[in-house]
Design a protein around this ligand. Structure first.
Ligand code: C5P
Length: 403
Protein backbone atom coordinates (compact mmCIF):
# COMPACT_ATOMS: atom_id res chain seq x y z
CA UNK A 1 0.00 0.00 0.00
CA UNK A 2 2.90 2.36 0.65
CA UNK A 3 5.22 1.18 -2.12
CA UNK A 4 7.44 4.03 -3.41
CA UNK A 5 6.39 6.22 -0.47
CA UNK A 6 8.86 7.69 1.93
CA UNK A 7 8.10 8.66 5.53
CA UNK A 8 10.32 10.74 7.78
CA UNK A 9 9.61 9.73 11.37
CA UNK A 10 10.64 12.15 14.10
CA UNK A 11 10.78 10.42 17.47
CA UNK A 12 10.35 12.80 20.40
CA UNK A 13 11.18 12.29 24.04
CA UNK A 14 8.28 10.41 25.58
CA UNK A 15 7.64 6.98 26.97
CA UNK A 16 5.49 6.22 23.90
CA UNK A 17 8.72 6.23 21.84
CA UNK A 18 8.75 2.45 22.21
CA UNK A 19 5.58 2.31 20.08
CA UNK A 20 7.45 4.12 17.32
CA UNK A 21 9.72 1.09 16.90
CA UNK A 22 6.64 -0.97 16.04
CA UNK A 23 5.44 1.88 13.79
CA UNK A 24 8.67 1.72 11.76
CA UNK A 25 8.25 -2.01 11.26
CA UNK A 26 4.60 -1.70 10.22
CA UNK A 27 5.26 1.11 7.75
CA UNK A 28 8.11 -0.86 6.19
CA UNK A 29 5.90 -3.96 5.96
CA UNK A 30 3.54 -1.87 3.83
CA UNK A 31 6.40 -0.97 1.52
CA UNK A 32 7.34 2.51 2.77
CA UNK A 33 10.88 3.70 3.13
CA UNK A 34 11.28 5.06 6.66
CA UNK A 35 14.02 7.42 7.75
CA UNK A 36 14.17 8.53 11.36
CA UNK A 37 15.27 11.52 13.36
CA UNK A 38 15.75 10.73 17.04
CA UNK A 39 15.64 13.79 19.31
CA UNK A 40 17.88 14.05 22.36
CA UNK A 41 14.80 13.33 24.50
CA UNK A 42 13.82 10.38 22.32
CA UNK A 43 17.26 8.80 22.74
CA UNK A 44 16.65 8.69 26.50
CA UNK A 45 13.85 6.20 25.87
CA UNK A 46 14.98 4.10 22.90
CA UNK A 47 18.38 3.58 21.32
CA UNK A 48 19.63 4.77 17.96
CA UNK A 49 20.73 1.20 17.31
CA UNK A 50 17.16 -0.15 17.56
CA UNK A 51 15.88 2.61 15.28
CA UNK A 52 18.65 2.08 12.71
CA UNK A 53 18.19 -1.70 12.73
CA UNK A 54 14.43 -1.47 12.20
CA UNK A 55 14.50 1.33 9.63
CA UNK A 56 17.47 0.04 7.68
CA UNK A 57 18.96 3.54 7.55
CA UNK A 58 21.31 5.53 9.73
CA UNK A 59 19.56 7.50 12.45
CA UNK A 60 19.77 11.27 12.12
CA UNK A 61 20.23 13.11 15.36
CA UNK A 62 22.60 16.03 15.07
CA UNK A 63 22.06 19.25 13.11
CA UNK A 64 25.75 20.07 13.19
CA UNK A 65 27.14 16.65 12.37
CA UNK A 66 29.35 16.98 9.31
CA UNK A 67 28.76 13.32 8.48
CA UNK A 68 24.95 13.53 8.72
CA UNK A 69 24.76 16.83 6.84
CA UNK A 70 26.95 15.61 3.96
CA UNK A 71 25.11 12.29 3.72
CA UNK A 72 21.56 13.59 4.07
CA UNK A 73 21.18 17.21 5.25
CA UNK A 74 18.08 18.48 7.01
CA UNK A 75 16.66 20.01 3.83
CA UNK A 76 17.08 16.80 1.84
CA UNK A 77 15.63 14.76 4.70
CA UNK A 78 12.40 16.73 4.51
CA UNK A 79 12.35 17.02 0.71
CA UNK A 80 12.75 13.29 0.07
CA UNK A 81 9.87 12.39 2.37
CA UNK A 82 6.25 12.27 1.22
CA UNK A 83 5.05 12.74 4.80
CA UNK A 84 6.62 13.73 8.13
CA UNK A 85 5.30 11.90 11.17
CA UNK A 86 6.10 13.10 14.69
CA UNK A 87 5.56 10.25 17.18
CA UNK A 88 5.57 10.82 20.02
CA UNK A 89 4.89 14.55 19.64
CA UNK A 90 5.63 16.01 23.05
CA UNK A 91 4.13 19.23 24.44
CA UNK A 92 7.58 20.77 24.13
CA UNK A 93 8.04 19.81 20.47
CA UNK A 94 4.60 21.18 19.61
CA UNK A 95 5.32 24.45 21.42
CA UNK A 96 8.56 24.76 19.43
CA UNK A 97 6.72 24.15 16.17
CA UNK A 98 4.19 26.86 17.01
CA UNK A 99 7.03 29.28 17.71
CA UNK A 100 8.86 28.33 14.50
CA UNK A 101 11.94 27.34 16.50
CA UNK A 102 14.85 25.69 14.72
CA UNK A 103 17.19 24.65 17.46
CA UNK A 104 17.94 21.02 16.71
CA UNK A 105 17.66 18.66 13.76
CA UNK A 106 13.99 17.78 14.45
CA UNK A 107 12.67 21.34 14.75
CA UNK A 108 14.83 22.62 11.89
CA UNK A 109 13.63 19.85 9.58
CA UNK A 110 10.00 20.51 10.55
CA UNK A 111 10.45 24.21 9.83
CA UNK A 112 12.08 23.46 6.48
CA UNK A 113 9.45 20.88 5.49
CA UNK A 114 7.29 21.41 2.41
CA UNK A 115 5.29 18.20 2.94
CA UNK A 116 2.30 17.35 5.18
CA UNK A 117 3.11 16.78 8.85
CA UNK A 118 1.20 14.27 11.01
CA UNK A 119 1.51 14.72 14.76
CA UNK A 120 0.86 11.96 17.30
CA UNK A 121 0.73 13.80 20.64
CA UNK A 122 1.67 11.99 23.83
CA UNK A 123 1.85 13.51 27.29
CA UNK A 124 0.45 13.58 30.80
CA UNK A 125 -3.26 14.45 31.06
CA UNK A 126 -2.64 17.75 32.85
CA UNK A 127 -0.07 18.77 30.24
CA UNK A 128 -2.61 18.01 27.50
CA UNK A 129 -5.32 20.02 29.29
CA UNK A 130 -3.16 23.10 29.97
CA UNK A 131 -4.40 26.23 28.19
CA UNK A 132 -0.96 26.64 26.62
CA UNK A 133 -1.14 23.17 25.03
CA UNK A 134 -4.73 23.75 23.92
CA UNK A 135 -3.66 27.00 22.25
CA UNK A 136 -0.69 25.32 20.60
CA UNK A 137 -2.72 22.41 19.23
CA UNK A 138 -5.31 24.81 17.84
CA UNK A 139 -2.60 26.91 16.22
CA UNK A 140 -0.95 23.85 14.68
CA UNK A 141 -4.28 22.73 13.22
CA UNK A 142 -4.72 26.27 11.87
CA UNK A 143 -1.25 25.96 10.33
CA UNK A 144 -2.39 22.83 8.52
CA UNK A 145 -0.77 19.98 10.45
CA UNK A 146 -2.67 16.71 10.77
CA UNK A 147 -3.35 15.16 14.13
CA UNK A 148 -4.00 11.61 15.23
CA UNK A 149 -4.85 11.00 18.90
CA UNK A 150 -4.19 11.35 21.73
CA UNK A 151 -6.48 8.86 23.41
CA UNK A 152 -7.86 8.57 26.91
CA UNK A 153 -6.63 5.78 29.16
CA UNK A 154 -3.97 4.75 31.64
CA UNK A 155 -0.88 6.91 31.38
CA UNK A 156 2.68 5.76 32.08
CA UNK A 157 2.87 8.16 35.03
CA UNK A 158 0.07 6.25 36.78
CA UNK A 159 -2.59 8.87 36.13
CA UNK A 160 -5.63 8.29 33.93
CA UNK A 161 -6.96 10.62 31.23
CA UNK A 162 -6.33 12.08 27.77
CA UNK A 163 -2.74 11.91 26.65
CA UNK A 164 -1.91 8.38 25.50
CA UNK A 165 -0.36 8.32 22.06
CA UNK A 166 -2.69 6.84 19.43
CA UNK A 167 -2.25 3.11 18.89
CA UNK A 168 0.11 2.08 16.09
CA UNK A 169 -2.80 0.71 14.01
CA UNK A 170 -4.46 4.08 14.06
CA UNK A 171 -1.27 5.93 13.12
CA UNK A 172 -0.65 3.51 10.25
CA UNK A 173 -4.24 4.09 9.04
CA UNK A 174 -3.69 7.86 9.12
CA UNK A 175 -0.44 7.52 7.15
CA UNK A 176 -2.05 5.25 4.56
CA UNK A 177 -5.04 7.60 4.34
CA UNK A 178 -2.71 10.52 3.68
CA UNK A 179 -0.44 8.77 1.19
CA UNK A 180 -2.83 6.73 -0.94
CA UNK A 181 -4.90 8.31 -3.69
CA UNK A 182 -8.58 8.20 -2.83
CA UNK A 183 -10.78 5.58 -4.49
CA UNK A 184 -13.02 7.42 -6.93
CA UNK A 185 -16.22 6.21 -5.30
CA UNK A 186 -18.27 9.18 -6.57
CA UNK A 187 -17.43 8.68 -10.22
CA UNK A 188 -20.59 9.06 -12.31
CA UNK A 189 -22.19 11.38 -9.73
CA UNK A 190 -22.71 15.12 -9.99
CA UNK A 191 -22.26 17.47 -7.04
CA UNK A 192 -23.11 21.11 -6.40
CA UNK A 193 -21.43 23.13 -3.66
CA UNK A 194 -22.11 26.73 -2.66
CA UNK A 195 -19.34 28.65 -0.91
CA UNK A 196 -18.23 32.03 0.34
CA UNK A 197 -20.18 35.15 1.24
CA UNK A 198 -22.53 37.09 -0.98
CA UNK A 199 -22.17 40.78 -1.76
CA UNK A 200 -25.46 42.65 -1.79
CA UNK A 201 -24.96 46.02 -3.48
CA UNK A 202 -26.07 49.29 -1.88
CA UNK A 203 -24.82 51.41 -4.77
CA UNK A 204 -22.12 50.88 -7.43
CA UNK A 205 -19.28 50.99 -4.85
CA UNK A 206 -20.78 49.78 -1.56
CA UNK A 207 -22.19 46.43 -0.50
CA UNK A 208 -23.44 44.36 2.45
CA UNK A 209 -21.34 41.26 3.11
CA UNK A 210 -20.15 38.90 5.86
CA UNK A 211 -16.90 37.38 7.12
CA UNK A 212 -17.10 34.03 5.31
CA UNK A 213 -13.73 33.16 3.73
CA UNK A 214 -15.10 30.34 1.55
CA UNK A 215 -12.47 27.89 2.87
CA UNK A 216 -14.90 25.22 4.11
CA UNK A 217 -16.93 25.28 0.89
CA UNK A 218 -13.84 25.16 -1.33
CA UNK A 219 -12.48 22.25 0.72
CA UNK A 220 -15.85 20.52 0.30
CA UNK A 221 -15.79 20.93 -3.49
CA UNK A 222 -12.18 19.68 -3.60
CA UNK A 223 -13.04 16.62 -1.48
CA UNK A 224 -16.05 15.65 -3.64
CA UNK A 225 -14.04 16.11 -6.81
CA UNK A 226 -11.19 14.04 -5.36
CA UNK A 227 -13.65 11.15 -5.01
CA UNK A 228 -14.53 11.50 -8.69
CA UNK A 229 -17.73 13.57 -8.56
CA UNK A 230 -18.28 16.03 -11.39
CA UNK A 231 -18.41 19.10 -9.17
CA UNK A 232 -19.83 22.57 -9.73
CA UNK A 233 -18.77 25.18 -7.17
CA UNK A 234 -21.01 28.24 -7.06
CA UNK A 235 -18.90 30.75 -5.22
CA UNK A 236 -19.47 34.21 -3.85
CA UNK A 237 -16.50 36.63 -3.86
CA UNK A 238 -13.43 35.04 -2.17
CA UNK A 239 -9.66 35.24 -2.47
CA UNK A 240 -9.33 31.49 -3.09
CA UNK A 241 -8.16 29.80 -6.31
CA UNK A 242 -10.60 27.20 -7.71
CA UNK A 243 -9.72 23.64 -6.61
CA UNK A 244 -8.28 21.43 -9.37
CA UNK A 245 -10.89 19.68 -11.45
CA UNK A 246 -13.79 21.71 -10.07
CA UNK A 247 -15.98 23.85 -12.31
CA UNK A 248 -16.33 27.21 -10.57
CA UNK A 249 -19.16 29.66 -11.24
CA UNK A 250 -18.42 33.02 -9.65
CA UNK A 251 -21.39 35.10 -8.48
CA UNK A 252 -21.90 38.12 -6.26
CA UNK A 253 -25.43 38.22 -4.93
CA UNK A 254 -27.77 35.65 -3.38
CA UNK A 255 -30.08 36.00 -6.36
CA UNK A 256 -27.22 35.21 -8.77
CA UNK A 257 -26.17 32.31 -6.54
CA UNK A 258 -29.68 30.83 -6.70
CA UNK A 259 -29.80 31.16 -10.49
CA UNK A 260 -26.37 29.51 -10.89
CA UNK A 261 -27.47 26.66 -8.59
CA UNK A 262 -30.70 26.05 -10.50
CA UNK A 263 -28.72 26.03 -13.73
CA UNK A 264 -26.33 23.39 -12.33
CA UNK A 265 -29.21 20.93 -11.75
CA UNK A 266 -29.68 18.01 -11.98
CA UNK A 267 -27.12 16.90 -9.39
CA UNK A 268 -27.04 13.94 -7.04
CA UNK A 269 -25.91 15.94 -4.04
CA UNK A 270 -26.03 19.63 -3.15
CA UNK A 271 -23.95 20.96 -0.25
CA UNK A 272 -24.84 24.52 0.72
CA UNK A 273 -21.85 25.91 2.60
CA UNK A 274 -22.18 29.53 1.47
CA UNK A 275 -22.96 32.22 4.02
CA UNK A 276 -25.72 33.71 1.92
CA UNK A 277 -26.79 37.23 2.86
CA UNK A 278 -30.26 36.99 4.36
CA UNK A 279 -31.25 40.40 3.06
CA UNK A 280 -30.52 42.67 0.13
CA UNK A 281 -31.05 46.40 -0.18
CA UNK A 282 -34.42 47.01 -1.77
CA UNK A 283 -33.19 49.85 -3.93
CA UNK A 284 -29.75 49.22 -5.40
CA UNK A 285 -28.95 52.89 -6.21
CA UNK A 286 -27.77 53.32 -9.82
CA UNK A 287 -25.31 56.08 -8.76
CA UNK A 288 -22.99 56.36 -5.77
CA UNK A 289 -24.92 57.72 -2.78
CA UNK A 290 -23.59 61.18 -1.92
CA UNK A 291 -22.70 62.29 1.59
CA UNK A 292 -22.62 66.06 1.15
CA UNK A 293 -25.57 68.03 2.43
CA UNK A 294 -27.70 64.96 2.98
CA UNK A 295 -28.80 62.96 5.99
CA UNK A 296 -27.48 59.38 6.20
CA UNK A 297 -29.66 57.24 3.94
CA UNK A 298 -31.98 54.64 5.44
CA UNK A 299 -31.40 51.26 3.91
CA UNK A 300 -34.55 49.29 3.40
CA UNK A 301 -33.84 45.57 3.33
CA UNK A 302 -35.81 42.84 1.65
CA UNK A 303 -35.43 39.13 2.14
CA UNK A 304 -33.19 37.09 -0.16
CA UNK A 305 -34.22 33.71 -1.53
CA UNK A 306 -33.20 30.77 0.66
CA UNK A 307 -31.17 28.61 -1.70
CA UNK A 308 -30.97 25.61 0.62
CA UNK A 309 -34.77 25.57 1.05
CA UNK A 310 -35.32 25.95 -2.69
CA UNK A 311 -33.01 23.04 -3.51
CA UNK A 312 -34.71 20.93 -0.82
CA UNK A 313 -38.24 21.44 -2.19
CA UNK A 314 -39.80 18.21 -3.40
CA UNK A 315 -39.56 18.12 -7.19
CA UNK A 316 -38.23 15.81 -9.83
CA UNK A 317 -35.05 17.90 -9.89
CA UNK A 318 -34.45 17.66 -6.12
CA UNK A 319 -30.96 16.24 -5.49
CA UNK A 320 -31.02 12.81 -3.83
CA UNK A 321 -29.13 14.33 -0.90
CA UNK A 322 -29.23 17.97 0.22
CA UNK A 323 -26.80 19.07 2.93
CA UNK A 324 -26.85 22.42 4.70
CA UNK A 325 -24.43 24.07 7.09
CA UNK A 326 -25.60 25.93 10.18
CA UNK A 327 -23.45 28.45 11.97
CA UNK A 328 -24.89 29.00 15.45
CA UNK A 329 -23.73 30.92 18.49
CA UNK A 330 -25.85 29.13 21.12
CA UNK A 331 -27.84 25.89 21.53
CA UNK A 332 -25.97 24.69 18.48
CA UNK A 333 -27.45 21.21 18.04
CA UNK A 334 -31.14 21.95 18.90
CA UNK A 335 -31.18 25.09 16.71
CA UNK A 336 -29.53 23.27 13.84
CA UNK A 337 -31.83 20.26 14.16
CA UNK A 338 -34.81 22.61 13.95
CA UNK A 339 -33.22 24.25 10.90
CA UNK A 340 -32.87 20.85 9.18
CA UNK A 341 -36.62 20.32 9.49
CA UNK A 342 -37.59 23.88 8.59
CA UNK A 343 -35.46 23.99 5.45
CA UNK A 344 -36.34 20.46 4.36
CA UNK A 345 -32.75 19.36 3.78
CA UNK A 346 -31.51 15.86 4.64
CA UNK A 347 -28.40 16.63 6.68
CA UNK A 348 -27.15 19.65 8.55
CA UNK A 349 -23.55 20.24 9.54
CA UNK A 350 -23.67 22.49 12.57
CA UNK A 351 -20.87 24.50 14.08
CA UNK A 352 -20.44 27.00 16.87
CA UNK A 353 -19.14 30.29 15.54
CA UNK A 354 -19.05 31.97 18.94
CA UNK A 355 -15.97 30.09 20.26
CA UNK A 356 -12.43 31.44 20.44
CA UNK A 357 -11.35 29.09 17.67
CA UNK A 358 -14.26 30.53 15.63
CA UNK A 359 -14.74 28.80 12.31
CA UNK A 360 -15.33 31.92 10.23
CA UNK A 361 -12.17 32.78 8.35
CA UNK A 362 -10.04 30.19 10.21
CA UNK A 363 -8.69 26.87 9.01
CA UNK A 364 -10.32 24.60 11.57
CA UNK A 365 -13.84 23.70 12.50
CA UNK A 366 -15.66 21.65 15.12
CA UNK A 367 -18.91 20.27 13.76
CA UNK A 368 -21.92 18.09 14.52
CA UNK A 369 -23.48 16.07 11.73
CA UNK A 370 -27.27 16.01 12.14
CA UNK A 371 -29.23 13.52 10.07
CA UNK A 372 -32.68 12.01 10.28
CA UNK A 373 -31.32 9.28 12.53
CA UNK A 374 -29.39 11.38 15.04
CA UNK A 375 -26.44 13.63 15.81
CA UNK A 376 -22.74 12.84 15.66
CA UNK A 377 -20.18 15.25 17.15
CA UNK A 378 -16.79 15.29 15.45
CA UNK A 379 -13.54 16.43 17.10
CA UNK A 380 -12.02 19.75 16.04
CA UNK A 381 -10.07 19.27 12.82
CA UNK A 382 -8.81 21.13 9.77
CA UNK A 383 -11.49 22.18 7.28
CA UNK A 384 -9.97 19.89 4.63
CA UNK A 385 -10.16 16.88 6.98
CA UNK A 386 -13.80 17.66 7.80
CA UNK A 387 -14.62 18.02 4.12
CA UNK A 388 -12.96 14.68 3.31
CA UNK A 389 -14.89 12.88 6.05
CA UNK A 390 -18.16 14.44 4.90
CA UNK A 391 -17.42 13.55 1.27
CA UNK A 392 -16.90 9.91 2.32
CA UNK A 393 -20.25 9.92 4.13
CA UNK A 394 -21.94 11.44 1.09
CA UNK A 395 -20.39 8.77 -1.13
CA UNK A 396 -21.63 5.98 1.15
CA UNK A 397 -25.12 7.50 1.11
CA UNK A 398 -25.25 7.86 -2.67
CA UNK A 399 -23.85 4.36 -3.13
CA UNK A 400 -26.54 3.04 -0.76
CA UNK A 401 -24.04 1.84 1.82
CA UNK A 402 -24.17 2.41 5.57
CA UNK A 403 -23.29 6.04 6.33
O1 C5P B 1 -30.63 30.13 8.05
P1 C5P B 1 -29.15 30.03 7.99
O2 C5P B 1 -28.50 31.11 7.20
O3 C5P B 1 -28.50 29.83 9.33
O4 C5P B 1 -28.91 28.64 7.23
C1 C5P B 1 -27.67 28.22 6.87
C2 C5P B 1 -27.75 27.23 5.72
O5 C5P B 1 -28.67 27.71 4.74
C3 C5P B 1 -26.44 27.12 4.99
O6 C5P B 1 -26.38 25.82 4.45
C4 C5P B 1 -26.58 28.18 3.89
O7 C5P B 1 -25.73 27.90 2.79
C5 C5P B 1 -28.03 28.07 3.53
N1 C5P B 1 -28.66 29.32 3.08
C6 C5P B 1 -29.01 29.46 1.76
N2 C5P B 1 -29.64 30.61 1.33
C7 C5P B 1 -29.91 31.60 2.19
C8 C5P B 1 -29.54 31.48 3.54
C9 C5P B 1 -28.91 30.33 3.94
O8 C5P B 1 -28.76 28.55 0.97
N3 C5P B 1 -30.50 32.69 1.75
Amino acid sequence: MLKDKSVLLIIGGGIAAYKSLELIRRLRDLGAEVRCILTAGGSEFITALSVASLSGHPVYADLFSLKDETEMGHIRLSREADLLVVAPATANLMAKMVAGAAEDLATTTLLAADKPVLLCPSMNVEMWKKPSTRRNVLQLLEDGVLLVGPEAGDLACGEVGMGRMAEVDEIVDAVVDQLTPRARILEGHRALVTAGPTHEPIDPVRYLANRSSGKQGYAMAAALSELGAETVLVSGPTMLPPPAGVQRQSVETAQEMLEACLEALPVDVAVCVAAVGDWRVSLDAPQKLKKRGKRPPTLKLVENPDILSRLSEPSNRRPELVVGFAAETENVVPFAAEKRKRKGCDWIVANDVSTAGGAMGGNTNEVHLITETGTESWPRAGKAAIARELAQRIAHYLNHEAV
